[in-house]
Ligand binder design. Structure first.
Ligand code: XMP
Length: 317
């Protein structure tokens, strides 16, 4: 019978045999999958595992530092890389969503590659790929469907000639969470909403600037913190805010304003393939909307997305 505990025991044994005394590198994203993969590998091979966590500047507010600290706290041998400028420069003036994704993927590999080269004698690239990623990358790359050039599969620095190890590639998300729990990873980390690899870049419609990132981080933070404070966070599968490429008229005192619009989105889902918008309480939406408009300079209108997937996708880009 499959239990998270037996999975951990068997996999740790297998990893020890497979990896011996080899050096392994793993990219951490802050998400559940890579975190569980990291802790599992760390249990098997300890400091022969080097983890790399890249700050692309497109994460949630304070996220990089908070998550980096918790990785260190968990005993992972982790290198934090500040690559914010690299990403921002590469994205300057780009509005097309697929182009954004490709640029972010390419820059990530450049940054990761550079760090990985600093590790002597690295033999393996570990990945937190889970079973649905494997299936989806097949269908996404299939002949009929170019849905979105998504996800965590593929894109390794080829000339490094690394062998790939994916200890979670037969697990579903809920199993990964259970394994994470058995490994003693905190519920707060395991219960985190999914967050797209390209991060806020695909939640800023149109081109990306530091100013827009700052605004969206503040808006997102108020929304997500509000969900947590009101015990709504765990009832939602994924939530976030989009910065729209329109401005709208408002009034402040005697003045007319012409400022930005943000959309809030919260969905229920089991796998992200289909999703329903969450009927968040009106009082909650009213409070969050007020907070955003009062506290975030440059935003004068908040809308709530009431579209389900399909046909709308979860992200707006
Ligand atoms: P959509 O917008 O296609 O999103 O309904 C489904 C799920 O996938 C996430 N998503 C991405 N994740 N890279 C990722 O790693 C991406 O480019 C990407 N685009 C969407 C989205 O957040 C949702 O969880």
């Amino acid at each position: 019978d499959w239990t998270p505990g037996s999975f951990v025991d068997t996999t740790v044994k297998e990893l020890k045999t497979k990896l011996g005394n080899d050096k392994v590198v793993l990219g951490l994203s802050g998400g559940v999958d890579s975190t569980v993969a990291g802790v599992l590998l760390n249990k098997a091979i300890h400091d022969n595992l080097t983890c790399i966590f890249v700050d692309n500047g497109l994460l949630r507010k304070n996220e990089f530092q908070t998550v980096l600290d918790s990785y260190k706290h968990m005993g992972l041998n982790v290198i934090g890389v500040d690559a914010r400028k690299h990403f921002l420069d590469a994205l300057a003036g780009v509005s097309d969503p697929e182009t954004k994704r490709k640029i972010i993927g390419r820059v990530f590999i450049e940054v990761f590659d550079r760090e990985a080269h600093k590790i002597q004698n690295v033999k393996w690239l570990a990945q937190g790929t889970i079973y649905p990623d494997v299936i989806e990358s097949v269908s996404v790359n299939g002949p009929s469907a170019t849905i979105k050039s998504h996800h965590n599969v593929g894109g390794l620095p080829e000339e490094m000639n690394l062998k790939v190890v994916e200890p979670l590639n037969l697990l579903f998300k809920d199993e990964v969470r259970r394994v994470g729990k058995a490994l003693g990873i905190s519920p707060a980390l395991l219960g985190r909403h999914p967050f797209p690899g390209p991060g806020l870049a695909i939640r800023i419609l149109g081109d990306i600037t530091q100013e827009k990132i700052d605004i969206l981080q503040q808006v997102d933070h108020i929304f997500i913190q509000g969900l947590k404070d009101n015990e709504l966070y765990d009832r939602v599968w994924q939530a976030g805010a989009m910065l729209l490429p329109v401005q709208s008229v408002g009034v402040m005192g005697d003045e007319r304003t012409y400022e930005r619009v943000v959309a809030l989105r919260a969905v229920e889902s089991t796998d992200g393939m289909t999703a329903d918008w969450v009927h968040l309480p009106y009082e909650f939406l009213a409070k969050v909307s007020n907070d955003i408009i009062n506290k975030v300079k440059g935003v004068n209108r908040v809308v709530y997305d009431i579209s389900s997937k399909p046909p709308a996708t979860i992200e707006w880009e």
